[in-house]
Design a protein around this ligand. Structure first.
Ligand code: C2E
Ligand code: MG
Ligand code: MG
Ligand code: MG
Length: 266
């Protein structure tokens, strides 16, 4: 069960149990074991160029394989993985695996970009740039094909550090996108200082025509700022034709969502 995985995993990590100290310790032990055994899989969701309809890239999305037929989604274990620092090791596996997949896809004529999410402990590791450089080298993936995603709120927590790190990654040839954009402080002045290549508009900001004039004004304003700063916009979580129509009208660069393609194993 994959998409039923949200439901299937309830018995495994029900909220009441997660709150119990003994259960927390047990989950941590299981997660540590999973890191040793590499019991994770990546699903990939296509990112389309809206103008041409071609696939621009694929976003790697992490799942914990707790049993042969049971996957657990990030929302259920990412907080614990971040809190314990285990995400740093898991993230190394994610990057390596995603690069190897990109390499396999490179076999065809069109190169497919690969998007990889980083959470706070990964973004803050002092050797991040070196680790990324080494992984690209080892796997033979062109830096131009890698796009790292950090959330807008993470970037805004320490703009100086974020600006420096994103610059160093850009110098390598690796692009950085601001994920879940529009759900944090959306500090437009700080945005100007971040050498990011794209904004990923959170799905909560997507609207259909006529449904929500204020929502439409907000979306239009974000596109205006992105355009002025020469940033691409990727809309994530597109679920309806109505949302897609609005995005077309606003000349959105790229789109991603279940309407166009759900995350699947490679
Ligand atoms: P995200 O990076 O913002 O990824 C988008 C999330 O929206 C994914 O959830 C994706 O499966 C889901 N999604 C895609 N299309 C639709 C749609 O049309 N409708 C709806 N309702 N949802 C859609 P997922 O896979 O559960 O991942 C959740 C979050 O976990 C990600 O959000 C990302 O922040 C984090 N994450 C995922 N993989 C990794 C990873 O390898 N490393 C780290 N550090 N974080 C990860
Ligand atoms: Mg993402
Ligand atoms: Mg995210
Ligand atoms: Mg997002």
């Amino acid at each position: 069960s994959v998409k039923g995985s949200g439901r299937a995993s309830v018995a495994f990590f029900s909220p009441e149990l997660v709150g119990m100290p003994s259960r927390h310790a047990e989950m941590e032990a299981r997660l540590r074991q999973a890191v040793l055994e590499r019991s994770f899989v990546l699903h990939y969701q296509p990112i389309f160029d809206l103008q041409s309809g071609a696939i621009h890239g694929q976003e790697a999305l992490l799942r914990w394989q707790v049993a042969a037929d049971e996957l657990v989604l990030p929302e259920e274990f990412l907080p614990l993985a971040e809190e314990t620092g285990l995400i740093v090791k898991i993230g190394e596996w994610v990057l390596e695996s995603a690069c190897l997949q990109a390499r396999a896809w490179q076999g065809g004529d069109a190169a497919v970009a690969i998007a990889v999410n980083l959470s706070a402990p990964e973004f803050r590791r002092p050797d991040l740039v070196e680790m990324v450089r080494n992984t690209l080298k080892r796997t033979g993936v062109s830096p131009q094909l890698l796009e790292l995603e950090i959330s807008e709120s993470l970037a805004m927590q320490d703009v100086d550090y974020a600006a420096r790190t994103i610059r160093a990654l850009a110098d390598l040839g690796v692009g950085v996108s601001l994920d879940d954009f529009g759900t944090g402080y959306s500090n437009m002045t700080a945005l100007r200082r971040l050498p990011v290549s794209a904004l990923k508009i959170d799905r909560s900001l997507l609207i259909e025509h006529g449904a929500d004039p204020a929502g439409y004004a907000i979306l239009t304003a974000i596109f205006g700022v992105a355009h002025a700063l020469a940033l691409r916009i990727v809309a994530e979580g597109v679920e309806t034709e109505g949302q897609l129509a609005v995005l077309r009208e606003l000349a959105c660069s790229r789109v991603q969502g279940n309407l166009l393609g759900a995350p699947v194993k490679s």
